[in-house]
Design a protein around this ligand. Structure first.
Ligand code: COA
Length: 360
């Protein structure tokens, strides 16, 4: 009951996680197969509609995404009023909270989702252009969503391998059952709130260190460890203090998260033998050994966030964009759940049991 563990709260046709065997299926298809064969945009279309797009559908879908990526002048002025020197996740939440709610009438649909998924990279790009004191870049449809995301952040056209790696990350992490932010998204949708507000609320849940905030924690951990000799003493001390090792453990998986395996293969060539990647591999090895001894009854394995952190670092993303990068992919899952919730909506309103004192 604590943390609603093992409670089935609703039915979904979107994804199925087999935590015992380390499998994740999206609409009945293994996530690894989708990530290996389709760019993110097509994977999102499949998640939202249950089929891969034909040429016409793909063109319409991509046009909608790029319409979202082209920011109106009035909206740019609104973005200019949000502080750029603070936290990027807070900037993104403020940006989405300022959207015209009338543009997202109930019920949510795929067109609204497509515009939002295009908008997020452009908002992050706008923030980065302000920080780097250069004019905002215009989206380039030839780069696709993942390529534009990197282009907006780096300010130069990314290499094909970088785009391919980010496409893989986006697809692998777009949907994952009733995780905390997706549950939050369904609760907010059930009140008939608009899709932009749903995404703001979901990001609020995602940014916590036990959920999507973990990759920044992984990088902070690698930096604090610093050298191979320090790995074991540092991790031992954390466990002694009752702290959690970021990038390990999962509520549902009792074996290796299938997404972590693929992310490792995406990050490795981009890291080009960098010392920090070798350190990460050694940290993983030692952490798994220590966690086995620390909690023998619980199978604690490397989770997706450990190698997401490695991939983000290999791609040269600034650490404070990590949560926004996760939000860009998971937005696909939030919108899918919002659309599914709206199709058979009843406000989500469970009960609590009072256990406090009684004063007559
Ligand atoms: N480091 C150290 N101990 C951990 C741990 C970790 N990464 N993950 C779990 N544990 C411990 C817990 O403290 C708990 O111990 P306790 O019973 O003495 O309190 C025990 O193992 C059981 O934990 P479990 O029930 O599996 O965890 P959970 O379902 O409550 O939480 C996470 C799942 C993901 C929140 C948790 O594993 C965690 O905090 N991991 C680190 C953060 C992270 O990587 N998040 C990204 C998730 S994809």
């Amino acid at each position: 009951m604590n943390g609603l563990e093992n409670v089935v709260a609703l039915e979904t046709a979107l994804s199925e996680i087999d935590g015992e065997n380390g499998r994740l299926h999206i609409r009945g298809m293994p996530i690894e197969a989708i990530a290996a064969s389709r760019p993110f945009e097509e994977a999102v279309y499949f998640l939202w509609t249950g089929k891969f797009p034909n040429a016409d559908e793909k063109e319409r879908f991509i046009n909608e995404i790029f319409a979202g990526m082209r920011l109106a002048d009035a909206y740019r002025r609104y973005l200019d009023a949000i502080p750029a020197d603070g936290d990027a996740t807070a900037f993104l939440m403020a940006a989405l909270a300022g959207l015209d709610r009338g543009a997202f009438p109930w019920p949510p649909d795929w067109q609204q989702g497509a515009r939002l998924i295009g908008l997020v990279p452009a908002v992050i790009g706008h923030l980065q252009s302000r920080r780097q004191q250069r004019p905002p870049l215009q989206p380039d449809p030839a780069l696709g969503l993942a390529g534009n995301y990197l282009y907006f952040i780096k300010g130069s056209r990314p290499a094909a391998e970088e785009i391919q790696a980010l496409n893989g990350y986006f697809t692998l992490t777009m949907e994952h059952g009733l995780n905390a932010s997706t549950f939050a998204a369904r609760v907010i949708t059930s009140t008939q709130s608009d899709l932009a507000s749903v995404v703001v609320g979901a990001i609020a849940a995602l940014r916590g260190p036990l959920h999507g905030g973990a990759p920044s924690g992984v990088i902070a951990m690698l930096e604090a460890i610093g050298s191979e000799e320090n790995i074991e003493p540092w991790l031992t001390e954390q466990l002694r203090k009752g702290k959690r090792i970021m990038g390990f453990g999962h509520r549902v998986y009792r074996t290796l998260d299938p997404r972590a395996k693929v992310l490792k293969t995406l990050a490795e060539p981009l890291a080009q033998g960098g010392g920090w990647f070798a350190l990460a591999l050694k940290v993983e090895e030692t952490a798994l050994r220590l966690l086995r001894a620390h909690k023998p009854e619980r199978s604690l394995n490397t989770n997706v966030e450990f190698y997401a952190a490695a991939l983000f670092k290999a791609l040269g993303l600034p650490p404070d964009f990590y949560t926004a990068t996760f939000a860009t992919s998971r937005l696909a899952g939030w919108c899918a759940h919002a659309i599914e919730q709206a199709q058979n909506n009843r406000i989500i309103r469970p009960l609590s049991r009072y256990v406090g004192p009684v004063h007559e």
